[in-house]
Design a protein around this ligand. Structure first.
Ligand code: 4NP
Length: 158
């Protein structure tokens, strides 16, 4: 079975594209077949490339994310993906609110918080670097990279 992972933050221009990039890189390194995507719960940046600071930190780590385009999460995502991973609690709560909840319970995606996949950091949020300075993006990169490594190993074992 091919696992499919959707990372979700607020704007889909800072944290979730970096998580997407980190997991894509890890899957490539491990020669794993994974479907990886990202989206925002907000709709302000639909069609936009990631924030220039997110592009820069990814580039410093050898990954080009300039072609990514912002999109908003939609109910069909809960059926298309096996895993939907929120970057913080607000986004996780919003995902729970918009998940299709009909009688057939057709939302198949398993919901979690990104740092639940980093031992010792379960239940914690990836801070939003958007309103901060450039250093925040280095912190984000480290966090999404740790989570991506652990996730890839977990999914490989399934
Ligand atoms: P992200 O960061 O959720 O990590 O992509 C943000 C990007 C844009 C906004 C908020 C957070 N915004 O308010 O436009």
């Amino acid at each position: 079975m091919t696992h499919s992972i959707l990372f979700v933050c607020l704007g889909n221009i800072c944290r979730s594209p970096l998580a997407e990039a980190a997991l894509r890189a890890e899957a490539q390194r491990l020669r794993m077949d994974l479907i990886v995507d990202s989206a925002g719960t907000g709709g302000w940046h639909i069609g936009e490339a990631p924030d220039p600071r997110a592009q820069a930190v990814a580039r410093r780590h050898g990954v080009d994310i300039s072609g990514y385009q912002g999109r908003q999460v939609k109910p069909a995502d809960f059926r298309r993906f096996t895993h939907i991973i929120a970057l913080d609690h607000d986004n996780l709560a919003n995902l729970r609110r918009i998940a299709p909840q009909n009688e057939s319970g057709d939302a198949t995606a398993e919901l979690s918080l990104l740092l639940d996949h980093v031992p010792g950091r379960e239940g914690q949020a990836v801070a939003d670097p958007y309103f901060g300075d450039d250093d925040g993006f280095d912190v984000t990169w480290d966090e999404v990279t740790q989570a991506a490594r652990n996730l890839a190993f977990k999914l490989r074992g399934r």
